[in-house]
Design a protein around this ligand. Structure first.
Ligand SMILES: Cc1cc2nc3c(=O)[nH]c(=O)nc-3n(C[C@H](O)[C@H](O)[C@H](O)COP(=O)(O)OP(=O)(O)OC[C@H]3O[C@@H](n4cnc5c(N)ncnc54)[C@H](O)[C@@H]3O)c2cc1C
Length: 394
């Protein structure tokens, strides 16, 4: 069990946390989290919104002025510029995340790749954006990854389709290397992840020869991931490449458990939240102790894990702004962690999602559901907002 010493509770400072929010933005955030905390409302709201968008009812304006503006930077990269600059003034960088999901055509995969390339070009010139990101299923069909990972032979058409997925990934990582912009690759459902892992490892071998440019993501709600990392670390040492790793707990727990149950196989998910937390913290510890080989992006809203990372860094004499360690949160969530960490001198970046309103709906629904299911997190946001509203009135 890891001892989490949170003696200097820097995350309690709400003045720093919400320094970029006007009084009205603070009120809107409070109202939004209050709504999200009501489970039936989220269920009904989600169904009604999906229906309204499919029926072309004019609800985009309403979505934009509520959830969208809170959790997204805008519809285009340019829309996000103000948010990026404002955050960077307070020391927080941005990872622009083209959050269009659920597209399945070759044209749409190419469009997602071009968007990511544009972001890397854009990032090269903007100090506030040192990192880019993409989702493997943004570049290819989930079922294709699944088949690849299962070892079932591809048809010749599927071979060609897969080589286009590899090419898209390679084109992005190559540009990342040329422009010195790190590329994070998100993790998704376990049944497509084996193929994604092999693909990302091939990219690491090719582009992480002296510094880590390409980062894979480990979901630590999976009990097999620390062993996977240790094996990857051995392969990195043997084949002489650096490893980039983003650690998260994982966003698809319900889906994973349901599928394992339906198809009658052992669930890949840790048996409890405590087991996930232990797994996350052990992996954090392992990486910080092997920083010469593995660079780390800590994607979490968990205060204890963030305090633990700070304590471990101090104990291991890793400087706060060591470029091999970054903390990351999602835009619209846990500003108390992001802005207080950056104020204390750590490297922090927030994922800033953007895209057309109806196309980022799956992302917004995941955020609403996550904030509903992780009751503690919503309450914490609400309490912090309430505390700041009170502080401003004094
Ligand atoms: C910058 C950033 C990038 C991200 N990228 C990805 C990504 O690429 N892929 C991805 O899947 N997610 C990603 N996420 C989302 C992430 O996986 C989590 O869903 C989210 O951050 C909540 O976890 P937490 O560490 O913040 O903390 P907490 O709120 O402490 O943990 C909640 C998480 O714990 C786990 N959990 C909850 N209950 C149980 C239980 N009963 N048993 C076992 N485990 C449980 C679940 O993973 C749940 O999401 C990202 C998050 C951030 C901040």
């Amino acid at each position: 069990m890891y001892q989490v010493m949170s003696s200097s509770r820097i995350f309690d400072n709400t003045e720093i946390a919400f320094q970029l929010k006007s009084d009205s933005e603070l009120e809107r955030a409070y109202f939004l989290f209050k709504m999200i905390s009501i489970q039936p409302l989220v269920r009904i709201g989600t169904a009604a919104t999906n229906f309204a968008l499919k029926a072309h009812l004019p609800v985009e304006g309403l979505i934009r002025s509520t959830v969208f503006d809170h959790f997204c930077g805008g519809v285009s990269e340019n829309d996000c510029l103000q948010v990026i600059d404002n955050m960077f003034n307070k020391g927080v960088s941005s990872v622009l995340d083209y959050s269009v999901e659920g597209k399945e055509s070759e044209d749409q995969f190419d469009a997602a790749m071009h968007k990511t390339l544009e972001i890397i070009e854009f990032a090269e010139k903007k100090e506030a954006m040192p990192i880019a990101v993409f989702k493997p299923t943004g570049f290819g069909r989930l079922s294709l990854y699944e088949k690849k990972g299962s070892g079932i032979a591809f048809t010749s058409e599927e071979e060609q389709e897969w080589s286009r997925v590899v090419n898209r990934c390679d084109t992005v990582c190559k540009l990342g290397k040329e422009k010195d912009v790190e590329v994070l690759i998100d993790a998704e459902e376990s049944w497509m992840q084996d193929a994604a892992d092999d693909l990302v490892e091939a990219m690491m071998k090719k582009y992480n020869t002296d510094v880590p440019i390409v980062y894979n993501t480990l979901q630590l709600y999976r009990w097999d991931r620390l062993d996977y990392l240790k094996n990857l670390h051995e392969r990195g040492k043997k084949d002489d490449f650096k490893i980039g790793i983003k650690i998260v707990r994982g966003a698809y727990m319900e889906k994973e458990r349901l599928r394992a149950n339906e198809k009658n196989y052992a669930s890949p998910i840790c048996e409890s939240k405590i087991a996930t937390d232990e797994n996350f913290n052990s992996t954090l510890n392992y990486i910080l102790n092997n920083l010469n080989d593995i660079s780390l992006f800590i994607g979490t809203h968990n205060e204890d894990s963030s305090y633990l990372a700070m304590n471990l860094m101090e104990g291991l004499k890793i400087s706060k702004n060591d470029n091999r360690v970054w903390f990351g949160q999602l835009y619209g969530m846990s500003d108390h962690i992001s802005f207080n960490l950056s104020n204390a001198g750590y490297n922090v970046a927030k994922y800033v999602p953007f895209g057309p309103v109806k196309d980022v709906m799956p992302y917004l629904i995941r955020r609403a559901e996550e904030n509903t299911s992780v009751a503690g997190q919503t309450n914490r946001e609400l309490n912090l907002l309430k505390q700041e509203k009170k502080r401003r009135k004094v």
